[in-house]
Design a protein around this ligand. Structure first.
Ligand code: NAD
Length: 366
């Protein structure tokens, strides 16, 4: 009897729709070749949901997510919805999903494929072999803290957001970082701004406390401004970076460029149960509908889904190997294209990964 996983799929807006289409091709092949079944159910989220129902995060979409083993998401947002009130902006749906599913740990692997070293704006000797896991706290910080909003005071508008972290929130993300470190190179850099922000002094204190249970792990603290610099100057020094919601958001986009394109970076958002998987990029309205978006970040997000939500490490590795083979064979979407490589569109890139994936024999799922 095949194990069946319920997968909620939210393509969202813009290129989200295009890249999810390619990712689902892989799931289909996997279901045909491995001893598993995926019950894929689609839902609306973001601008598409707002257009259909007046809210970016309808109750049915939440129910769908809550009733699934994993959520696969494309991206949300776009200029069409930029004038809306914040409460109904497409991006609110992401915050809603993270909050309601309790997804507090965002894992963002930043890996430079050898084949893409030349696509990075940094020197080859700086980026070769880079393999960093950025672990971003996802349900606290300025994104959720209250009070928030824009109000009138003494005849002028003031904008307020609140940076708040409880020690429990810090402890649980620190634990994820140290446990992940034990499976990697046993090195953690915790990033904060403890020199000026009290809430991140607490961050530093609690991370240090948690580190005492992991004596084998080397812990360093780094201010976020320095980290932004170090990521460009000497990214090889990092193995795991654990940081707050806002700093993680910014640093991971910066780190994305080390790899050559934001279109290469997958992510997993994990909670106590369940998980959500999505590329780190947005809906890219500037290239939407042109069949030029890079689907590899989303395809690699499926690999993360297999690893974390389906416990199918072998399947995950097969997808990663297929992506590597496609790059080795010289196929490139526009964002990573260089002279001497073959320019392909979104759909063709997806097909090439499927071809390679089929070639790589999956000897059962583990
Ligand atoms: P973006 O990530 O959508 O795009 C930034 C740049 O990277 C653009 O030039 C785009 O063309 C390029 N790019 C992104 N993904 C690509 C891919 N797969 N292949 C090739 N090129 C790619 O960020 P943005 O332009 O700041 O935001 C656009 C919209 O997306 C906004 O509405 C924003 O709020 C939203 N957004 C959503 C998410 C999400 O859904 N998780 C994340 C970030 C931004």
């Amino acid at each position: 009897m095949k194990k069946t996983y319920q997968i909620a799929v939210f393509p969202g807006d813009g290129i989200g729709v295009e890249v999810i289409r390619e990712a689902l091709k892989i799931l289909d092949v996997l279901a045909a070749t491995a001893n598993v079944a995926f019950e894929v159910r689609h839902g609306l989220i973001g601008g598409a949901a707002y257009d259909a129902s007046g809210t970016p995060f309808p109750a049915e979409s939440l129910d769908l997510a809550l009733g699934s083993d994993a959520v696969l998401l494309g991206a949300v947002g776009g200029p069409k919805w930029e004038g809306l009130d914040y409460s109904v902006r497409p991006e609110r749906a992401l915050l809603g999903l993270r909050e309601k599913l309790g997804l507090f740990a965002n894992m963002r692997p930043v890996r430079v494929f050898d084949e893409l070293v030349a696509a990075s704006p940094l020197k080859p000797e700086v980026v070769r072999g880079i393999d960093i896991m950025i672990i971003r706290e996802l349900t606290g910080d300025l994104y959720f803290g209250k009070p928030r909003g824009i109000r009138m005071e003494n005849g002028q508008r003031i904008g307020v957001n609140t940076l708040v972290y409880t020690e429990e929130e810090i402890r649980r993300i620190a634990l994820v970082a140290f446990e992940t470190a034990m499976k990697r190179k046993k090195r953690v850099v915790s990033v904060d701004k403890a020199n000026v922000l009290e809430s991140t002094q607490l961050w530093r204190d609690v991370v240090t406390e948690v580190s005492r249970d992991f004596p084998e792990v080397d812990l360093r603290h780094m201010y976020v401004d320095n980290c932004a610099m170090q990521l460009i100057g000497n990214p090889a020094q990092f193995d795991i970076i654990v940081t707050t919601n806002l700093f993680g958001d910014i640093l991971s986009d910066e780190a994305a460029m080390i790899t050559g394109s934001i279109g290469m970076l997958p992510s997993a958002s994990l909670g106590v149960t369940g998980g959500m998987y999505e590329p780190i990029h947005g809906s890219a309205p500037d290239i939407a509908g042109q069949d030029i978006a890079n689907p590899l970040a989303t395809i690699l997000s499926v690999a993360m889904m297999l690893r974390y939500s389906c416990r199918m490490e072998k399947g995950a590795r097969c997808i990663e190997a297929a992506v590597q083979e496609v790059l080795r064979a010289g196929f490139r979407t526009k964002d990573i294209h260089q002279e001497g490589t073959m320019l392909v569109g979104t759909a063709e890139m997806g097909d090439e990964v499927v071809k390679q994936f089929k070639n790589i024999k999956i000897a059962g799922n583990s």
